[in-house]
Design a protein around this ligand. Sequence first.
Ligand SMILES: [Zn+2]
Length: 294
Amino acid sequence: MRNKTCQSVLILSLFALFCSAQNLSPHWEELTAPDFVKALDQAKGVCLLPFGIIEKHGPSGPMGTDLINVRYATFEATKQEYAIVFPEYYFGQIFEAKHQPGTIAYSTHLQLELLQETTAEMARNGCKKVVIVSGHGGNTNLIAFFAQTTLETPKDYVVYAITNAPGQAAQMPAAARPSKPGVDGHAGETEIASIMAARPDLVHPERAGTQSGADQKRLDLPANVYTGIWWYARFPNHYQGDASGATAARGAALQQIRAEAIASAIRAIKADQIGPRLQKEFFEESTHPVDTKQ
Ligand SMILES: [Zn+2]
């Protein structure tokens, strides 16, 4: 009899443990401090920083399109693979849209310093694997450069980045493919369709034709020459493609693909023991490089 009671108590406590683990919010700001400690354990120290921007998204999309889309896909991913998600973050590179209303373009040093301090604060709170989830094409170089700068000084955490590499249309399931060639791009069909899945109340695909998303081809330079004004030269309306054919069904398919890609990246990062070990070894060796075997 006593054994049976013990067994039921054990089952009940295991059940309670399972339930409490299941109920933890992935939203950093929604957790209590005691629950944050449990959440870190459940996330295996993996915390996500979805990185958006505030900029014009053509005539159809809200200015927070990239922020809304990346956070939507990230939270869908955490339903498959739990991790803690940092609050809304949009302090990135967007100088090329400064001529458009509503753009928030912080200075270069602040972008880097804020990213450095934010990831360091996440790590100080136990996020030993900080994962930037890229939501804005204009942040691609910033994120890559920032990741390189993490090797400047020793740290006890690793910064990873999940890029949003657009899939090849031909390899996508039919539901996720563009309605016709040339419609995708900044504020084009992909992005507006994705918002229709996340926040259908915020988009206006019927306004897509009120501005041109066509390439103006105003610069005449060879392909191996880069200049900062390239984007403005091609897409002065800060709009590329055509969002008029965007549908919620395509958006749902795209968001699902993106969420699955993020979830599998979280799984791989949780399992990664080599990155942290090599980084530790590297920082140790970098204090006395003349001893490194030649
Ligand atoms: Zn965008």
